[in-house]
Design a protein around this ligand. Structure first.
Ligand code: ZN
Length: 395
């Protein structure tokens, strides 16, 4: 048994404990969290918090590190991904996946909600000490292809479960603009049938909203040029969030990823929509600040998220649009631009909320009987994380 103390312990389930001590079993199970550090056999300067939960990653894009131009906008990003993605060997792709998985472990990440379009990551996930929930992501504009696309996804899901039955997964839509009505229906029906969680990219660029509101803007232009029949994307007069949420089942927990351009009016609309529904839809709002800076050079309005009491989670997105796979690096970016956000709030986003969304009740908080992993944050400035803050995985 280890008795570990630090300047502060952030159990997240409660307020921070000054000079707290935490006792853990050899297998990492928490025996006790106490406020008196007498008897501790390890003491650290800094803060101890639960293992991090990364709710949005694309591990299979790890070989795209440093391949895509920074700050070039969403359209350029999509173009570069499509043109460069497949020009790598199987070995290069597999090596990059292993390195990225190891990087996340080192960075104190204990669970990941990971998007997959292919089988590339499945073997690594089966071996990793990280818990992975795989979101098998589908997209197709054409309703005539919906059945075929969905069947392919179901095969991927079976392959993953056959490899290791503990590898949970669900079939999810890519984004509001890339999935036909029919495909949305197939996804929604299956999610209800399997009682599974849903994830979808949301309001990552402004062009996404213009596309639905008025069939115009940069995304509309780019898709038209790519030869996509734009009649397949409905012009609804309302933005992507308002077009899409009613297509998703009210009964299933849903993660909206990015929300960079989500406004106060949108959140008001969501509230009204919830109130008018028979069932309250449990929504989680994932933020990937470094990816937002990498692609669009814009951050979401975190003050608004806090004001509206949203269940915020943190994601790294992929190495195609990020410099690292580190939840701490994401928190550093938020802290830099929003220094007023308390550390307890940031760490709640990075731990408990993600564990709740993924349904992992052994993770996310430091409580007796749980096995959440322990992260030490070194070089903190009082209760603030700074550029210099580092992470050490203690358990
Ligand atoms: Zn993504």
């Amino acid at each position: 048994m280890r008795k570990i103390s630090a300047d502060y312990i952030f159990p997240i389930a409660t307020e921070p404990i000054k000079n707290g001590v935490i006792s853990v079993d050899d297998d990492g199970t928490i025996i006790n969290v106490e406020s008196d550090n007498q008897g501790a056999n390890e003491h650290y300067e800094g803060i101890i918090c639960p293992g991090f939960i990364n709710t949005h990653c694309h591990l299979e894009l790890s070989h795209m590190r440093s391949q895509v131009s920074e700050n070039a906008g969403m359209i350029q990003f999509i173009k570069e991904i499509l043109s460069k993605r497949s020009s790598f060997s199987e070995e290069e792709i597999q090596d990059a996946i292993s390195i990225a998985d190891a990087e996340m472990i080192k960075n104190g990440i204990v669970a990941v909600g990971d998007i997959s379009n292919s089988i590339d990551t499945f073997n690594r996930k089966a071996k990793s000490s990280i818990f992975y929930h795989t979101f098998i992501e589908v997209f197709d504009f054409n309703p005539e292809k919906a059945d075929e696309t969905f069947e392919t996804a179901k095969k991927l899901s079976t392959q993953l479960s056959t490899l290791n039955f503990e590898l949970s997964n669900s079939i999810v839509p890519h984004a509001p603009y890339s999935v036909s009505e029919k495909l949305f229906r197939l996804i929604a029906d299956e999610a209800v049938k399997k009682n599974s969680i849903i994830s979808i990219h949301n309001q990552e660029s402004l062009g996404e909203s213009e596309l639905f509101i008025s069939h115009s803007g940069p995304m509309f232009e780019a898709f038209s040029k790519m030869g996509i029949n734009m009649e397949l994307i409905p012009k609804t007069g309302v933005n992507s969030l308002r077009t899409t949420l009613p297509k998703l089942p009210l009964s299933q927990k849903t993660l909206l990823v990015h929300n960079t351009f989500t406004t106060k009016e949108d959140l008001q609309w969501v509230k009204n929509y919830q109130v008018s529904s028979i069932k309250y839809q449990e929504l989680y709002w994932c933020s990937c600040p470094n990816a937002n800076i990498y692609i669009e050079n814009k951050l979401p309005d975190y003050d608004l998220f806090i004001e509206e009491n949203l269940n915020v989670t943190i994601g790294t997105d992929s190495l195609a649009s990020n410099w690292s796979l580190s939840i701490l690096d994401e928190l550093k970016t938020i802290s830099k631009y929003y220094p007023q956000i308390p550390l307890q709030t940031l760490l709640t986003w990075a731990t408990r909320n993600g564990a709740e969304f993924l349904g992992l009740n052994q993770l996310g908080t430091l409580e007796k009987g749980k096995k959440p992993g322990l992260n030490l944050l070194k070089n903190v400035d009082g209760m603030m994380i700074t550029e210099k803050t580092e992470i050490v995985k203690l358990v």
